[in-house]
Structures are given as structure tokens and as C-alpha cells.
Design a protein. Sequence first.
Length: 329
Amino acid sequence: MISGICLTLIVSGAARFLARFLPNLGAEAIAMLLGILVGNTIFTAPRWSAGVKWAEKYPIEIGIALMGLTVTLRTIASLRIQGVIFIVLQMTATILFVMWIGQRLIRVSSKSAMLMASGNAVCGSSAIASVAPAIGADDDQRRTAVATVSLSGVILLFALPVLGPALFGQQNLLISALIGGTVQSVGQVVGTAALVNPTVVTFATLFKMLRVILLSVVVFVFARMAAKKDQGEQEKVAVHAVKKVSVPWFVMTFIVFVLINSFLSLPNFVNDGAKTISSFFGVVNLAGIGLNLKWQTIKASGQKYLAYGLLTLIFQALCAILLIKLLLA
């Protein structure tokens, strides 16, 4: 496993280095794209597989847990009630739309639709990594969802810095809501907002953090849905569903850390260290996903998921614009 783990870390480090020259793209997207490239051309031997799979799955769990030390309950208060309502409605509408078109129009499995919904509504690959074990999704479903959501985030990264000011002028809070309420990963939110101005970076991150806070709710709801679906129409479905719901340890740890960070004054190095580690493990996760994502998997579901991601990001942007005009403008 050591060789595969080292390979993933090298790709992650290379992505962080290249991100200095391509800051608008971000280390996360670079790691995934670089991983796909070298994983399908140079490092194709089976001996890399075990270590890459380990590096893909487990460091991100620690990263998600540590994200709790970067968030406080004050985040909610700083956005006011209108901001909270905007995020809740935006997330709910995204989940319902993605689930509906996934099963009615695109016709993917319910678990794939849940992964796509959580990734787009919450925080990209971190949300997918949290939801996947709770609903029993397999590796191909998880990787395909992460790749689709990450590529959608790249499109939004380049589109929103132009669209936001064109629609809302110099109203930084409204531009921030558009970016923070739609872009998938935290890193991509910061990268997108940085193309506008520093004030937008601050407020967009706050909107994004509120979505992250609601991650545990999304995980629990999808876990119950998956459990009920697995049980079918049996009489004791409710009892079995409750027994099968298992919120991952890192989601529970995330909640505990949010509460600790909200009520205790932690040193700055704790918050900064948690943010740095969490960010790097997010890059490691996407590097591993890229290395494990083979051309055959992309080819088998490429056009279908490309359409899925495109429809989703169009809906998210339009829905966010409508809600911003109704609630925040």
C-alpha cells in the first residue's frame, strides 16, 4: 500500500504547487485532473491500486471532522435570518431537483442521485465522502459523482465572477450569496470569489460554511431514505430503517468540533492548523479519486453525467438568482 499512498501524496503536492500558477482553478480541481491523466497513462499497474484507494477514502474523513474547528455557530448569526433562509431554500431546491431529474430524466440509480444531490447542495467531494458510506454507495458511484460535481464547480468558477457583477453590480453581499450558495467545494468558492474582490471572499465563505454546517442533516436524511428503500415495503420498515442509519464518525466529530469552537476560545493555531490539514486532505482525496477514475468508467457514464451536471449547475444558478432577488436584494 505504501507505493500507492506515496503516489497520491506526490500528485497532491504537485497540484498544490501548480495551484500557485493557476490559482483560479484551485489545487482540488488540478489534483483530480492530474490524477486522471497520470492514472490512465503512466501509473496503470495494479500494484498502485490498494494504496491509492486507502489515500482516497480515509484522510478525507479526518479532514471533514477538522472542518468543524473552522466553523462556529456565529456564522449563522452573521448572515442574518434572510441569509439562512436563502441557503436552506437553495439547498432544499437543489436536492429535490437533482433527485428528480436523476431518477426521472437521466435515469441513474437512487444512490447516485443522492450523491449528486449532496455534492451539489452542500460541499462537493466532502459531502459525497460523508454520504457514500451512510447510504452504502459503491466506489464507482462515488468517484463518478465526485468527478461530475468537481467539473461542474470548475465551470461555475469561471462563469460566476462575470455573471455576479453583471446581475448585481457592486452589491458584494448579493454576489457573495450567488457564489457561496452554488459553488461546490470550499476551495473553489474562495477561488471564485477571489476573482471579484476580497470582501466577496469573506461573505461567500460565510455562506458556504453555513452549507457545511448543514452537512450532517443531509447525511442523516439520505441515510434514512436509503435504509427505507433497501427494506422495500416490509411492515417493519421504520424499525429496520432506524437500525440501519449510521451517521459516520467524522460527521459526528464535525458537529462536536463546531460546538467546541463556538463556546470555547481556541488558539488561532488550532483553527489555522485545522483549516490547513482539512484543505490538504481534500486535495489528497481528489488526487486519489482521479488516480482511481479510469477511462472506462468515464466513457461508460460520461455523456449521461455530463448532461446531469450541466442541468444541475444551470438550475442552481437560476434558483440562487431568483432567491437572492426575493430575499436579499
